[in-house]
Design a protein around this ligand. Structure first.
Ligand code: ARG
Length: 459
């Protein structure tokens, strides 16, 4: 069984070396992209008169047959043929005979593999934007149901100021919005064609790279042949965008896990998204957000892994670069699963408005507002802060909340208090007092939801 590159060799490849260097076990994922690239390349070779059009037709037909066999799971891939590129080329030659050997004219596996990766990620990025939109829609849906749900807002995981639960959810809509922008921006650099760079220096054949780019619908071709075959920045960018998405999902996961604990009881995840314990019959574990939080680690690992692979590589292609694939495929799979599950988990999540309200009623998150009340009466903010600090301390000692105090009790701390404070201290009033663009007041959140929905429709 001869190698496509066997001419220069007098010995067989060591069996272990063959296994160690082969990438077919994972890069078979690129089969479709490899065939797409080859179809465009051979069309261009015909167009430029580099190979006769009857040969182009034979090669195209052969490639389509190989594609069909792959799709039907009938094509055998061999470690001995190293990678997807040579497996497909071998299959083509088996199919149509030596004329199949003309396909690789004016091309190298170096520009070929880079092209495959660009084609692959270009599709994935479009799908991820779509998945992120679906997740945003699920969050917006919950936000609309919770425009009247008040929940403690936290800093340091200590109750800070009451907010609308809708406002909290919309924060994630903004985060995923930035993730979408980042993917869309990275698309510009994914949408570039390396093919035609040859092994590193270009090719002696009078090819037409623009024509190939048009065939494959690429916006640009790489300017420099060395850069074209050496560049993996676009994969690093994708992995970094994916890391941020996972980080956002992981923060949301953490909140969902906390909120579904008995200590919080703010939300209940649908049974379909939880699992039980093999020993403790009462348990309902939030496995999905836990695993998403956990899998964030492997996506970060894939990012750092590729950055490290690339950091000292001389130009141009080095075999090290074959290591760009598994982390990318793993990231794609991890992200696909997480985004898909999250959209339905958010959609089906039950929000315990009553528990959230009780948490708000039983805390001091309205303290800032009562300080602001004194400020509006002319007291400098620092003094007002001190007065309310003492008032809160008194409440804690008396086992009361601010709304439980009588006006006389309030007046012990400042004569500026009057009975309007009871309105000011109501959670609804506290929330609606923050009527600043981007704030938690109902009109602001309603407007934010409308803007986010308009954005979803337009994209
Ligand atoms: N399997 C190789 C990779 O993924 C394809 C390119 C091989 N090029 C070469 N000159 N050996 O990187």
């Amino acid at each position: 069984m001869s190698k496509l590159w066997g001419g220069r060799f007098t010995k067989k490849t060591d069996q272990l070396v063959e296994e160690y260097t082969a990438s077919i076990t994972f890069d078979k994922e690129l089969a479709e992209e490899d065939i797409q690239g080859s179809l465009a390349h051979v069309t261009m070779l015909g167009q430029c008169g580099i190979i006769p059009s009857e040969d182009v037709e034979k090669i195209k037909e052969g490639l389509l047959k190989v594609r069909l066999r792959i799709v039907n799971g009938e094509q055998e891939f061999l470690i001995a043929d190293e990678d997807i590129h040579m497996n497909i080329e071998k299959a083509l030659i088996d199919e149509i005979g030596p004329v199949g050997g003309k396909l690789h004219t004016g091309r190298s596996r170096n520009d070929q593999v880079a092209t495959d990766m660009h084609l692959y990620l270009r599709k994935r990025v479009v799908e991820f934007v779509d998945q992120l939109h679906k997740l945003q829609a699920a969050l917006i849906g919950q936000a609309k149901q919770n425009l009247d749900t008040i929940v403690p807002g936290y800093t340091h995981l200590q109750r800070a100021q009451p907010i609308l639960f809708a406002h909290h959810l919309m924060a994630y809509v903004s985060m995923f919005g930035r993730d979408i922008e980042r993917l869309q921006d990275s698309y510009k650099r994914i949408d570039m064609l390396p093919l035609g760079a040859g092994a590193l220096a270009g090719t002696t054949f009078a090819i037409d790279r623009q024509f190939t780019a048009q065939q494959l619908n690429f916006g640009r071709v790489y300017e420099n042949s060395l850069d074209a075959v050496s560049d993996r920045d676009f994969i690093v960018e994708f992995l970094s965008g994916a890391s941020l998405i996972m980080m956002h999902l992981s923060r949301l996961s953490e909140e969902l896990i906390l909120w579904s604990s008995t200590e919080f009881q703010f939300v209940e995840l649908d049974d379909a998204f939880c699992t039980g314990s093999s020993i403790m019959p009462q348990k309902k574990n939030p496995d999905v957000p836990e695993l998403v939080r956990g899998k964030t680690g492997r996506v970060y690992g894939n990012l750092v892994g590729l950055l490290t692979v690339l950091k000292s590589l001389p130009l141009a292609y080095n075999k090290d670069m074959q290591e760009d694939k598994e982390g990318m495929f793993d990231t794609v799979k991890t992200l696909q699963g997480a985004l898909q599950l999250f959209a339905s988990m958010i959609e089906t999540m039950k929000v315990r408005k009553d528990k959230m309200r009780r948490a708000v009623d039983q805390d001091f998150s309205n303290a800032t507002d009562i300080a602001d009340f004194l400020v509006n009466k002319g007291l400098p903010f620092r003094q007002a802060h001190e007065v309310i600090g003492k008032t809160v301390l008194y409440c804690i000692q008396q086992n009361k909340f601010l709304l439980d105090l009588t006006l006389e009790e309030f007046k012990q701390f400042s004569q500026l208090f009057d009975d309007r404070i009871y309105d000011v201290l109501q959670p609804e009033a506290v929330v609606n007092a923050r009527n600043v663009y981007g704030g938690t007041a109902t009109p602001q959140v309603t407007a934010a939801i409308a803007r986010a929905e308009a954005e979803l429709v337009h994209t």
